[in-house]
Ligand binder design. Sequence first.
Ligand code: ATP
Ligand code: MG
Length: 326
Amino acid sequence: MKKILTGIKPTGDFTLGNYIGAIKQMVSMQEEYDSYLFVADLHALTIPQDPKELHERLKKFIAMYIACGIDPKKNTIYLQSENEYIPAMSYLLECTTQYGEASRMIQFKEKSKEHSNFSVGLLTYPVLMAADILYCDADYVPVGIDQKQHVELARDIAERFNHRYGDTFVLPEPMISKSGVKIRDLKDPTKKMSKSEENPQGVISMFDTKEDIEKKIMRATTDSDNQIKYDMDHKPGISNLLNIASSITGRTIEELEKEFDGQGYGTFKKYVASITSEHIMKIQEKYQQLLNGKELDQILDEGIQKSRTLAKGKYDLMKQRMGVIR
Ligand code: ATP
Ligand code: MG
């Protein structure tokens, strides 16, 4: 069975975009692949975080993964920070990564401009990500297009290590979903919905109340021609709502266009608001049960045990190959 691995940074509330773009994709692949899913809490630290808020998000994210359909029996689920071999491996990999390679990463260039006095961690972030991927010999890494360059760097680092020290790592490949839609911000549908967005009116959090979800959808920015037609270039607002409705119900865009033909935006928005809020409320019901139960700790204990065993094996092998062993 081929292995896939992915993680989400707990930098803000888990959004409808993360659900549709990342988690639903993992759910659809969990039968066919040996799947690893983690909360990338060490990655969140590369940008300043409030420790209390960050701490509270960790278990919320795990409970949300499972409430969204991730099966703990088919996935290895863990917190990145509980595996101490991963940052240890990352150091060894830093010594096989060129400074030029790391500083050429687009995300580093962008984020280092946004934050004055940015941390060294921001520069070494992709190397830590390489350790995340390489320790368990992941074959594929399902990510959004913004992360493709980092997975390719992980592959380059692995190739160099294998060449220099002998075969140690499987070479990973990014897996960019063809059908994977990018959910847009409801207030500004020209940009993507992001958990670090300042204005919450355009972002649906998976923790929002039913009323808030409905209000945000009813107030979503749309054009004025009142035609329910998919056209991302000219009608991004209504196209985004069509994408959301289609992802949630499994119905095609064409079917939805036909059903709502001539009915106007108000009726269509009411429909999208109702199916989306109902869908999220069902997930939240499961989420609440998980958050209050004991199951979560058991899932994390099992996940981290498996993850640490694999990482220790890989770390020891790397040290041996590099000559730093007694
Ligand atoms: P941040 O604003 O901190 O970058 P984010 O919402 O972009 O947060 P990430 O942790 O960067 O979330 O990404 C987690 C996963 O969710 C990635 O696989 C990414 O491709 C996917 N994703 C993020 N936003 C969207 C979106 N709007 N539509 C579809 N997929 C998304
Ligand atoms: Mg992002």
